[in-house]
Design a protein around this ligand. Structure first.
Ligand SMILES: [Zn+2]
Length: 271
C-alpha cells in the first residue's frame, strides 16, 4: 500500500492549483506543483546568469542598441499587463536581454528572465506585433509556471515507479496480481492527469496572444509570423514551434484566437 499512500500524498497534499487567474482565453487548468517555486526560480536564475556570461564572453550580448531598445519597449508593455493573469508577477525581478545569435528563437525562464535572439528580428524581419506574439508566448510559459509543472511531473513519475518497484518486490502472488492492476490504473492516472507539452504550448499561445492584445498589439500578427516561420528552413525548431502540431491546425487555432481577442486589442491599441 506504500505507493498508494505516495500517490495520495502527491495529489492531495502537494495539491493541484491553477497558476494564473481566470482570463478571456478560458485557460484555468489545475496543475501539479510539487516543487517549491523558489527552487525552480533559483535554478532558472543560475541558467540565465550562465547564458548571459557565455554571450558576454563572445561579445554577443546586447550588441545592437536598436534591437535592445525595441525588445525592451515591447517586453515592458507585456510585463505591465502580465499582472492581469498573475498579480505576483509585478514583484518579479524581470530581466530582458538580446543575444546576437542567428537562431530564430526567444525564451523566458521561470521568474521572468527574457532572452531574444537577434535572428528572430533579422531573419523574419519581425514587426513589433509579431515580436509581441513570440515574447508574449514565452512570458506565458513563465506565468503558467510550466517549467515547475514539468519538473513536478517528472518527479512523480520517478517516485511512482520507485514506490511500485518496492511494493512488488516484497509481495505475495495475489498481491502481485493486484499490483499489476494498480500499475495499470497508475498509468491511466498519469496519462489523463498530467499534461503533455502540447497542452502547455496551446496554453502559451492562448494566454500569450491575450497578453499581447491587452498590451495593444495586434493578435493577427501570430498568424503572419507563422507564415514567415514556415518559409524558414532552420535546423533546430524555435521554442514556439517545439511540440510540432500540424501547421494547418495551429494556424486555424491562432486565427480563431485572434478573432476572439480582436475587441480586447481594439480597446487597448491606442494606449
Ligand atoms: Zn512554447
Amino acid at each position: 500500500m506504500k505507493y498508494k499512500a505516495l500517490l495520495f500524498l502527491v495529489f492531495f497534499i502537494a495539491g493541484c492549483a491553477s497558476t494564473t487567474l481566470k482570463n478571456q482565453s478560458g485557460i484555468d487548468r489545475k496543475q501539479l506543483l510539487l516543487m517549491p517555486q523558489s527552487m525552480v526560480v533559483n535554478m532558472a536564475n543560475d541558467g540565465y546568469r550562465s547564458a548571459l556570461r557565455e554571450a558576454a564572453k563572445k561579445n554577443k550580448l546586447n550588441v545592437d542598441s536598436t534591437h535592445v531598445n525595441r525588445v525592451k519597449r515591447i517586453s515592458n508593455k507585456l510585463i505591465a499587463n502580465a499582472t492581469y493573469f498573475k498579480p505576483e508577477s509585478s514583484q518579479w525581478p524581470w530581466e530582458i536581454n538580446v543575444e546576437d545569435n542567428d537562431e530564430v528563437n526567444a525564451y523566458c525562464m521561470p521568474g521572468g528572465k527574457i532572452m531574444v535572439y537577434s535572428g528572430l528580428i533579422r531573419k523574419l524581419n519581425a514587426t513589433d506585433d509579431e515580436l509581441a506574439a513570440v515574447i508574449g508566448h514565452e512570458i506565458s510559459h513563465a506565468l503558467r509556471e510550466h517549467g515547475r509543472e514539468r519538473m513536478s511531473t517528472a518527479a512523480v513519475q520517478q517516485l511512482g515507479l520507485l514506490g511500485f518497484a518496492a511494493y512488488i518486490s516484497n509481495s505475495s502472488n495475489q498481491n502481485r496480481a493486484n499490483a499489476t492492476m494498480q500499475a495499470a490504473s497508475l498509468g491511466a492516472t498519469l496519462f489523463f492527469v498530467l499534461p503533455n507539452s502540447r497542452t502547455q504550448e496551446r496554453e502559451a499561445d492562448a494566454i500569450g496572444l491575450e497578453l499581447a492584445a491587452r498590451s495593444g498589439f495586434n493578435p493577427f500578427a501570430a498568424v503572419s509570423l507563422w507564415g514567415k516561420m514556415k518559409k524558414q528552413d532552420t535546423k533546430k525548431p524555435p521554442e514556439f514551434l517545439s511540440s510540432h502540431p500540424s501547421d494547418d491546425n495551429r494556424i486555424r487555432e491562432l486565427t480563431d484566437l485572434a478573432f476572439k481577442l480582436k475587441p480586447i486589442y481594439e480597446s487597448n491599441r491606442s494606449r
